[in-house]
Design a protein. Structure first.
Length: 112
């Protein structure tokens, strides 16, 4: 089961000044430094670094490594996303709900 933990990305794009759209920017941070309420940008091809809620954007997400479901799932604002899933084709902003070891993968398969 520790193989599941290895699919989590080590870095995340943290959105700075998320409330001020025009002056917002991103910085790359270690995924294990994310906190509940942080907003992150997930680009096409990226693995989602934390469990969360889509706040902006639209994409298809591959959840097969976690759920076994082979078909991508469309994610719109308000939809939940799971850490380790792959964002396939759209830029999404995700509000972190469960970071690091608190993710569904982290709680089902603790390291060590």
């Amino acid at each position: 089961m520790t193989g599941l933990l290895s699919i989590l990305p080590s870095k995340a794009r943290l959105l700075i000044n998320a409330d001020a759209e025009e002056s917002s920017s991103t910085i790359e941070v270690p995924s294990n430094s994310l906190s509940v309420g942080d907003q992150i940008i997930v680009l096409p091809g990226d693995r989602i670094p934390a469990d969360g809620i889509v706040r902006a954007g639209r994409s298809s997400v591959d959840e097969s490594s976690f759920t076994g479901e082979p078909l991508p799932v469309t994610k719109l604002p308000g939809a939940e996303v799971a850490a380790g899933s792959i964002n396939l084709n759209g830029r999404i902003t995700v509000e972190v709900r469960r970071p690091g070891g608190e993710t569904a993968i982290g709680t089902c398969c603790p390291a060590g």
